[in-house]
Design a protein around this ligand. Structure first.
Ligand code: ATP
Length: 606
C-alpha cells in the first residue's frame, strides 16, 4: 500500500470512499485507524490534513484561494471537455466531486493535460501519491502576487491530468472546500490512539495545548508516546478554551464552589485569546481557535499597548461599544467586523473594547496550572487598563444574596449574567474542559428554559405551502463527547424568518448526504440528511421525556430520551462554534434535572 516513505493517493481515496459509504461510527473509526497504521510517518500529517479538508490547522489560516470557476476551468482543461460541459453537469448534480469523476471517466485525459505535464517537466505519467497531491495543493495556496490565479490553475490542471476519476473527485471537493466527510478531530485522536497504541488521554492533553493533529500524529508516528511530553503551551498557537457548566440559583452555585467564588461580569461578545509571540506579533484567536486578528487589528494594538510583557496569552471578551455613551451594543454588531475587505470602515462604524478575564502564559511561564487567584494577580501585574482594554468587573462573594445583587448589577450594565469561578487550590485553567470550576449564571427567561442551547442540524424536512422549496423544519441534535456522536433532541420549525429559510438552505445544502451520517444517532427519518456541521442557537419551553428522540435514552427512563418542548430558533447562527462545541447530552440531562428541582421548590402551578 505504501510506496517508500509515501502512500499512493488512490489508497487514501479508497478509504475515503468507504468512510463516505458507512452509517456506522465504529466502522469509520476502524477504517481511519487502519489507514493511519499503513501510512508512513513522513506523510501521516498530510493524510490527516487532507481528510480534515485542510492544508494546515485552521488557526494558521492557510487557504487555497481557488474559486469555483477556476476549478471548472482546470477540470475542463485537463480532460478536453468544455467549461460549459463541466458547469452544466455541476448544475445538474450539485457536487463538484461527482462532476469531476464523471467527466474524467468519459473523456480521455489529453490536450491541456499533456502540455501542462511538459510545462512542469513531467515525463511519463506516474501515479499520484499523497505527498505529491498535498505538496501541489500547498504550492497552489502559496502562489501569490501577479499571475497567481494562472499559476494556481496550471497546478490544478497538473493534478487533474494525473488523477484517476476517483482521485479527481476528492481533489475537486477539497479544492472548493467541500470535502466534508464529517470526520471530527476527536475521531482522528481515537484512530491515532488505536493505530499507534498511545494513551488517548495523553493525545488529548497534547491536542488541548497544541491543536494541530498533523503535527501530533507525526510526532507520535515517529517517536511514540514520549514525544507528546515535548508539547508545551506556546504563544502563537491557540489552546483549547476552558468552558463553564451552568446552574440556575445563587445558593447552588456557591455550594458547588465551596462557599466562596470569584464572580465576574459575563459579557456578551466574542471570546478572544490574545497571544503575543516572541517576535512581538499579536494574534487573536476565536472560541473555535480561528485566527481573527484580521477582524480586530485595533484590539491587537490596544492589547499590545496595555500589557507590559514580551510574550503572553491572555483571554477576554470583545464587545461592540457605543462610543458616545460607552454602553455595550448587541453582539451581532461584531459580525460586521468579519468582512475581509472593508475592515477599516467596519472598525470606524463598529468600535470595540476588550474585557480581559484570564492569563495563561507570561514570559516563558505556563500559568495554566496555577489557581485562579494567582493567575488574576499576574494579570493585574501586567495590565495597565486603558480606554479600550479593561479588566472584567469582578468580586469575591460568599453570600447568595450578594451574588444575586451582583448578578442584577451585571444585567443592568448590559451583561448576560455572571461567571462564577472557583478560587480553590485546584482552580487551574482546564483547557478544553467543561467542568465545575466555572459556572455560568444567566438571566432567567421565566417560563422558558434558563438558557439557550446550541444544537447541530443533522437532518431536515421539506417545507410545504409558503415554505415549499426550503426546509420547513430541522432535525437537531446534541453532542456526546464520550461517543463522539450526535443525538437528536428536537424537530424545530419556529423562529425562522423567510430570509433565514433561504439562508439555511444555502448553508446546509453543501452538507447534504444520501444517508444518515455515521456520527448521528436518530430514530426519526428526515427527508434529507446532513453531515453534522451547522450549529444554531435554540430556546425552548422546557426539556421533556420523549420516545422519539435519542438524546439521553435510558438516563431518566429506559427507552425514553429527552427532547425540547416548543423549540424556537433565536436568530443566532453559531458560526463561532464547531459541532463538537455544541451543547452536550450531559448538559441537557443536567438542565432537565435542574428544571425538575425548580418545579419542586416552586410547588404545583396555581
Ligand atoms: P460555551 O462557551 O460555554 O460553550 P456559549 O458560547 O453558549 O457556551 P455561554 O454559555 O454564553 O457561551 O458562556 C460562556 C462564554 O461566556 C465564554 O465562552 C466567553 O465567551 C463568555 N464570557 C463572558 N464573560 C466571561 C468571563 N468573565 N469569564 C469567562 N467567560 C466569559
Amino acid at each position: 500500500m505504501s510506496s517508500g516513505n509515501d502512500i499512493k493517493f488512490i489508497d487514501v481515496v479508497r478509504v475515503l470512499e468507504s468512510i463516505e459509504a458507512t452509517t456506522q461510527r465504529t466502522v469509520m473509526a476502524k477504517l481511519l485507524s487502519s489507514l493511519l497504521k499503513k501510512t508512513p510517518p513522513d506523510v501521516i500529517d498530510k493524510v490527516i490534513y487532507f481528510i480534515l479538508g485542510q492544508l494546515r490547522p485552521d488557526w494558521e489560516g492557510v487557504e487555497l484561494g481557488v474559486a469555483e470557476k477556476f476549478t471548472f476551468r482546470a477540470i475542463a482543461n485537463a480532460t478536453g471537455a468544455s467549461v460549459k460541459q463541466v458547469e452544466d453537469l455541476y448544475k445538474k448534480i450539485g457536487d463538484i466531486g461527482e462532476t469531476a469523476k464523471r467527466i474524467m471517466s468519459s473523456k480521455p485525459q489529453q490536450g491541456g493535460g499533456k502540455s501542462i505535464l511538459e510545462f512542469f517537466g513531467g515525463g511519463g505519467i506516474e501515479e499520484l501519491t499523497m505527498g505529491k497531491v498535498y505538496d501541489t495543493l500547498m504550492s497552489i495556496a502559496k502562489a501569490s502576487g501577479e499571475g497567481a490565479q494562472d499559476t494556481k490553475v496550471k497546478l490544478l490542471i497538473y493534478l487533474f491530468s494525473r488523477a484517476k476519476p476517483e482521485e479527481a473527485k476528492y481533489i475537486a471537493r477539497f479544492v472548493i472546500g467541500r470535502l466534508r466527510l464529517g470526520v471530527a478531530d476527536m475521531t482522528i485522536l481515537d484512530a491515532l490512539s488505536d493505530a499507534y497504541k498511545v494513551s488517548r488521554d495523553a493525545l488529548e492533553r497534547a491536542y488541548h495545548i497544541y491543536p494541530d493533529l498533523g503535527y501530533i500524529a507525526k510526532m507520535v508516528a515517529q517517536e511514540g508516546q514520549n514525544a507528546l511530553s515535548k508539547i508545551h503551551v506556546t504563544p502563537g498557537v491557540p489552546i483549547q478554551p476552558m468552558l463553564a457548566e451552568r446552574l440556575s440559583t445563587a445558593a447552588e452555585i456557591l455550594a458547588k464552589l465551596g462557599g466562596t467564588a470569584m464572580v465576574e461580569y459575563k459579557y456578551d461578545g466574542e471570546r478572544a485569546q490574545v497571544h503575543r509571540t516572541r517576535d512581538g506579533e499579536v494574534r487573536i484567536f476565536s472560541r473555535r481557535l480561528e485566527n481573527i486578528t484580521y477582524a480586530y487589528p485595533d484590539v491587537a494594538e490596544y492589547v499590545k499597548e496595555a500589557i507590559d510583557a514580551k510574550e503572553y496569552i491572555v483571554e477576554g471578551e470583545i464587545i461592540a461599544i457605543d462610543p458616545d455613551t460607552g454602553e455595550f451594543r448587541p453582539f451581532q454588531e461584531l459580525m460586521h467586523r468579519k468582512r475581509k475587505h472593508d475592515v477599516k470602515e467596519a472598525m470606524k462604524e463598529y468600535p470595540v473594547n476588550i474585557f480581559l478575564f484570564d492569563v495563561m502564559y507570561v514570559d516563558g511561564q505556563d500559568l495554566t496550572n496555577l489557581p485562579l487567584i494567582d493567575r488574576k494577580r499576574r494579570l493585574l501585574e501586567i495590565l495597565k487598563p486603558s480606554e479600550y482594554v479593561h479588566l472584567a468587573t469582578w468580586r469575591v462573594i460568599n453570600d447568595a444574596e450578594e451574588l444575586d445583587k451582583f448578578f442584577h448589577e451585571a444585567i443592568s450594565d448590559g451583561c448576560e449574567g455572571v461567571m462564577c469561578k472557583s478560587i480553590k487550590a485546584d482552580s487551574i485553567y482546564e483547557m478544553g474542559a467543561r467542568g465545575w470550576l466555572w459556572i455560568k449564571y444567566k438571566r432567567d427567561y421565566r417560563s422558558e428554559l434558563t438558557d439557550t442551547l446550541d444544537l447541530v442540524v443533522v437532518g431536515a424536512f421539506w417545507g410545504r405551502g409558503k415554505r415549499a422549496g426550503t426546509y420547513g423544519a430541522l432535525l437537531i441534535a446534541a453532542y456526546d463527547p464520550k461517543t463522539d456522536q450526535f443525538y437528536t433532541v428536537s424537530k424545530v420549525g419556529s423562529g425562522f424568518t423567510d430570509e433565514d429559510l433561504v439562508k439555511l438552505k444555502q448553508m446546509l445544502d453543501p452538507y447534504r448526504i444520501p444517508h444518515r451520517h455515521p456520527r448521528v444517532v436518530s430514530k426519526m427519518e428526515p427527508d434529507v440528511w446532513f453531515v453534522p456541521a451547522v450549529v444554531l442557537e435554540i430556546i425552548g419551553a422546557e426539556i421533556t421525556l420523549s420516545p422519539l428522540h435519542t438524546c439521553c435514552v435510558g438516563s431518566v427512563r429506559s427507552d425514553v430520551g429527552l427532547a425540547i418542548r416548543f423549540p424556537r430558533f433565536t436568530g443566532r447562527y453559531r458560526t463561532d462554534k464547531s459541532p463538537e462545541q455544541a451543547t452536550t447530552v450531559d448538559e441537557i440531562l443536567e438542565m432537565y434535572k435542574e428544571q425538575k428541582k425548580v418545579k419542586v421548590e416552586e410547588g404545583p402551578n396555581p
